[in-house]
Design a binder for this molecule. Structure first.
Ligand SMILES: [Zn+2]
Length: 58
């Protein structure tokens, strides 16, 4: 399991969405749309699953 990450469109920084996912399952999952609060911009960013990736720390 890992954490779904997105790239902040304002700063280009990688930010965690707080969503836990399995990398293989996430890649195969249907396209979905989500909204994540960005602590850098202090705003919500909207993103699609295809723009996101799973970060596994192990
Ligand atoms: Zn941001």
């Amino acid at each position: 399991m890992g954490i779904v990450m997105i790239k902040c469109p304002q700063t280009g920084r990688e930010i965690p969405t707080g969503i836990k996912a399995d990398r293989e399952r996430f890649r195969c999952s249907a396209v979905f749309f989500a909204r994540t609060y960005c602590s850098i911009c202090q705003a919500n960013h909207e993103w699609f699953a295809k723009e996101a990736w799973v970060y596994e720390s192990s």
